[in-house]
Design a protein around this ligand. Structure first.
Ligand SMILES: [Zn+2]
Ligand SMILES: [Zn+2]
Ligand SMILES: [Zn+2]
Ligand SMILES: [Zn+2]
Length: 159
């Protein structure tokens, strides 16, 4: 795991209090009040929290997993370069790809099929070179399968 950084100032001048609660020294100085945040989900620690074990904010674990900067690096994997975790576009369950077969994956929770790279429900790109050889100029340009990060889904989830 990388050194934890403050979600506001992105510096690592932080002190870990207890459990998942951390305090940013430089933000606390500039705000003139103690700025505490959750190491997991990177959100401000609730002031009325009764514990430092967990921030108790909704979807802490889901947000933490989607924010993690672990990238699939297996050169054999069809989803190399993708974040390790994805949220299913249908039911938002946390999903990871086993690297076998094509980038398309079926959510075990809701059976929604989607592309692990671009998160579109129907992606026919999947690096099929032949498709481009027969590519007819009159056809609408095929939408390329581009690896997206989890920013959009996090916004969509309101996290
Ligand atoms: Zn800070
Ligand atoms: Zn949290
Ligand atoms: Zn699903
Ligand atoms: Zn795709």
């Amino acid at each position: 795991m990388n050194a934890p950084k403050c979600p506001i100032c992105h510096q690592s001048d932080i002190g870990i209090l207890d459990g998942q609660c951390a305090v940013c020294r430089s933000c606390s100085k500039s705000k003139r009040c103690v700025f505490q945040f959750c190491l997991e989900c990177q959100r401000e620690w609730p002031r009325d929290a009764s514990t430092t074990e967990s921030c108790m904010l909704p979807n802490c674990a889901l947000r933490a997993a989607l924010l993690r900067d672990t990238i699939i690096s297996d050169p054999e994997s069809s989803v190399r370069g993708c974040p390790y975790f994805r949220a299913c576009p249908g039911c938002h369950a946390l999903i990871t790809h086993n690297g076998e077969g094509c980038p398309n994956i079926i959510c075990p929770n809701c059976n929604q099929e989607f592309c692990f790279r671009c998160l579109r429900p129907e992606c026919y790109d999947n690096e099929d070179d032949e498709y481009y050889d027969d590519y007819d100029q009159d056809d609408p340009e095929p939408e390329l399968c581009v690896i997206v990060d989890n920013t959009e889904i996090l916004q969509h989830l309101g996290l």
